[in-house]
Design a protein around this ligand. Structure first.
Ligand SMILES: *Cc1c(COP(=O)(O)O)cnc(C)c1O
Length: 428
């Protein structure tokens, strides 16, 4: 395929935008080459500026669970836009999407909308600190919770690809309040809690890790985490920015039947517009301004266009809950197909999958945490990525990312993808 126009556009962008991109994961630093510029997208396909059609497995990094330019979402935004795009005053639609979200997700009474997953996680931690009166937090190596200061400590995908797990600009004072645990290692968490008795406000976790490839929670791990948090007066925060409204109507809380204390959302909840949210039971949410002491705000929070897109998206998912099963079936089909062709071509690999999240690691060892994820063969991944791109299949330009399956993908698309992987595997 030819990427002449994309390359030219990238050269222009680099002059006025750092690295030519507005979010580092979009650059091709992890795989080499220059990023593809998108002209438009519809359903399962991206159309780039050179006129190539690509089957999309990133889907805006998760939000487009129904596929691109889904009619009901697009129409909702268009109709809303005609009536004004921002007021900084309450609107009815904010209550409508809040009611729907609260009805779909277990164990939450109130939800506050913000503009990104980063803001949701940042605010959730502040709320947890305010509510418990404690300062320290535990996060897991390889989990990503947005780019706010306290989280940029071994933060998965973007940060890992660029080899800057501890970003300059994050103060030592901030870093010392973030304790780092290994994913799926409950003894490690227990030891940290013991060594920091009565100092830990919350444990924040991706209940299914998705930012170091896809890593499922080990059997009993989330249950044990819940128990140890409860026993030590520590709030458990599920960062469901990726898993929320994707793994089930009620996200990972529903799938694993575990109640978190605070839940963070982003991605799917905004239907492709900039939205994040955090939610909890009344006791905790009532700690927020204007009724409680913990301050949190946003000029564009609950923006009408964003709420219209999110409401249309959640309404579709709420009305068609069979989508979650059919997404999981499609993903299982893809899993089986990929495993078969990689095995036939003697390519060492491990595939992890939960629901509609899937990732391939080019290593034979089980991938259960950041260290095992980091062992994958990056040279193989680079060749795999560029090979697939050449075949018209677009996956994330980093070995540490999950693929997202959308409802718009047909079994024909999946067969096309498996055949493309077979072709590429022969060259690896
Ligand atoms: C994407 C992501 C975030 C950050 O969301 P942004 O909208 O990019 O700020 C936080 N947590 C998880 C688990 C994510 O996948």
């Amino acid at each position: 395929m030819i990427y002449k126009r994309s390359s030219a556009l990238f050269a222009e962008a680099e002059k006025v935008i750092p690295g030519g991109v507005n979010s580092p994961v979009r650059a091709f630093n992890g795989v080499g080459g220059t990023p593809i510029f998108v002209r438009e997208a519809k359903g399962a396909y991206l159309y780039d500026e050179d006129g190539n059609r690509l089957i999309d497995y990133i889907n805006s990094w998760g939000p487009m669970i129904l596929g691109h330019a889904h009619e009901s979402v697009v129409n909702a935004v268009i109709e809303k836009a005609k009536k004004g795009t921002s007021f900084g005053m309450p609107t009815e639609i904010e209550t409508q999407i809040a009611e729907l979200a609260v009805s779909m997700v277990p164990n939450i009474d109130k939800i506050r909308f913000v503009n990104s997953g980063t803001e949701a996680c940042m605010s959730a931690v502040r709320l947890a600190r305010g509510f418990t009166g404690k300062d320290k937090i535990i996060k897991f190596a390889g989990c990503y919770h947005g780019h706010s200061d306290s989280f940029l400590i071994q933060a998965g995908s973007g940060a890992s690809t660029f080899g800057t797990p501890n970003s300059p600009g994050v103060t030592k004072g901030t870093a010392k309040d973030t304790l780092l645990a290994n994913y799926n290692d409950i003894e490690n968490v227990r030891a940290l809690i013991e060594a920091n008795a009565n100092e830990i406000a919350c444990v924040i976790i991706e209940p299914v890790a998705g930012n170091m490839g896809c890593i499922p929670p080990a059997k009993g791990f989330l249950e044990a985490l819940r128990a140890v948090c409860t026993a030590n007066n520590i709030l458990l925060i599920f960062d469901e920015v990726m898993t929320g409204f994707r793994l089930a109507k009620g996200g990972a809380q529903e799938l694993y039947d575990i109640n978190a204390d605070i839940v963070c959302f982003g991605k799917v909840i905004g239907g492709g517009l900039p939205v994040g949210a955090f939610a909890a039971r009344n006791e905790i949410m009532n700690y927020l301004a204007p009724i409680g002491p913990v301050y949190q705000a946003g000029t564009l929070s609950g923006n009408p266009l964003a709420m219209a897109a999110g409401l249309a998206m959640l309404t579709e998912l709420n009305n068609k809950p069979e989508i979650f099963t059919s997404l999981a079936e499609k993903t299982a089909y893809l899993h089986e197909g990929i495993a078969k062709v990689l095995t036939e071509n003697n390519i060492t690999h491990t595939i992890n999958r939960v629901g509609s999240m899937i990732s391939i690691h080019f290593d034979e060892a089980e991938v259960v945490d950041f260290n095992s994820a980091a062992k994958g063969n990056n040279d193989t991944f680079k060749a795999f990525f560029h090979g697939l791109l050449n075949e018209g299949v677009y996956i994330a330009p980093s070995a540490f990312e999950t693929w997202f399956i959308t409802d718009a993908l047909s079994y024909e698309d999946l067969d096309f993808t498996i055949a493309a992987i077979n072709t590429v595997a022969k060259t690896l």
